[in-house]
Design a protein. Sequence first.
Length: 632
Amino acid sequence: MTNNNDNRMKTFTKTLLGISVAAGLLGLTACNQSEPVAQQAAKAATVISPQYTSFSDVKGGQAQPFDNGWLVTSEKQGLLIVSNNKDPKGKLWLKGEFTLLGIHDDLVVTYDRRNDQVQPILVKDGKPDVQVQLPKRDFEINWLCMQPRKADGLTYAWFGSEHGIAEQWLLSNGKEFKPRLVRKLSVPVGSLDCAYDANSDSLYIAEQNAGIWKYSAQPEAANETELVVSKPNNKITSLFELNGNLLYQNESGDIFDLEGQVAKISGDEVEKLTARNVGNEVEIVSFDDEVDSYRFASLNLELPKPVNKESLISEIPAWVESGTSDRSGDTMDDPAIWVHPTSPEKSLILGAQKRWGLQVFDMTGQEVQSIATGRINNVDIRQGITINGNKHDIAVASLRDGDRLAFYDVSSNGKVTELAKLTTDLSDIYGMCLYNDGSHLFALANEKSGKTIQYKVSWKGMKPSIENIRTLSAPSQVEGCVADDNTGDLFIGEEDTGIWHFSAKPEASTQGSLILKADGKQLVADVEGLALYHGKDETYLVASSQGNDSYVIYDAKAPYTFKGHFRIGTNFDTGIDGSSETDGLAVTSKAVGSGAWQQGMLAVQDGRNRLPDGNQVFKWVPWSEINKLLVK
């Protein structure tokens, strides 16, 4: 949680004075304001005589706000509407045997206990429109959370088990219901409930061995977690989030925020607590499994208004996905774009396959050629290179087998031919990029030590040779680099530190300067792929900010003004997921098709391919979509 959230949690705790209960379920007394807030709340929490309003004998489970009332589950009857907290009576909405429940807008998701399958329902004119159940899972579902994301406007859901398994599903774009599995997630054994915070795009999971865990719910995020509430051997049964406040409850009915106990609900096996704002009150519903009873209470308090805890990064849906790698693991790396000389829609993407060679894809993502060169890592291309009086399109790749550079010729119809593998002076070659000063082609290859060697390329027929002309250095590991043929500017990414500027001109100084630091906000280490987009009026430097799965754009001239950042996200219509953990990327400002593709494109490596989980791929989007987000 951020400092803003901590402050809001304190405010929330301070408001928990003078709570009134709908039917004598929950009571708090005023506290000494000079004492610490958490201590006040702990002292104030008391158990009173259980003269509560109840709705019993339904074999229930979970409730959610619905149509100015509540929708509650019943394994005996189905889904029931409760419209009056003070005199709760159930009206049958849908017959069945249901337990869990989640609702967002006109989408209801519940769990059919008879079939052991997730049952989605669309609400049409207040009535249920039952959809086809999700496929039966290979684990029992014990909890679910709805996830309406702000960044892409799509609705997801999480389904989890006490046995350490969870899944994220894409459900709806608000107009169409089309469920698809996004990814699987390993969670702690004993996980009992979850809560989703839309402001931070985070999933919270409660388990009784350690406490409460926080995961990024961003569909492309790494499967990493953080323990945000440490409570060994606890009896937490419920989580819920309201106005940015994470509250949790144990089976005895004690309610806590992140600072300590704030209330107590009397019960024996209290679970599935949920809440909503109604005017100046917060209405709460919980279920006590021991006595098979829903309980309703109203809290006379004012919660803080929602405040964005983090600045959400805009997302552009992926347009095209390449064919997948033929094997699992970290196998794909850097793309390069070849633009067809007469038919832009026939342009190609050359992709480095780190296990065995070069893959070539057409604009639809279909593989059209592969070359088993060896373990290549980065690839770059220059078109229109004069060799023996003729124009050729030349691609070069760093080849880790033998610390070499691999050369290719791309014909006018897109046929790629390997020309040579030339030995370098590097140890553990890594990244590379090309520079053309109008007279000669240069290859700049680097190694993990931070060293970059600039090689002059010469030709005898179609046989290249290379000459070491100078060495550039950065303090630590480098990989991504890009050179501007028009200005001689050279940008090199030092993975843990930021982006360096050098001159690519062979006669220039070898001294460089760190121009853009990986500050953990705009540019987040590792700094990976770099590319240049040559617009009509400006040239942009594009960088892969691998640490937060985003792409950052700067002016390519000093003072290197930040122009924007974005993520590549889910395309609901095509079923293509976004991109993440990107190593290499490439851009072109030349047309690669008609319509949206006339301003060029961005191609990126996708390190975590999802929807569902799969081997790595490349993805690309038209620059016209990116241009909409840039600061003008």
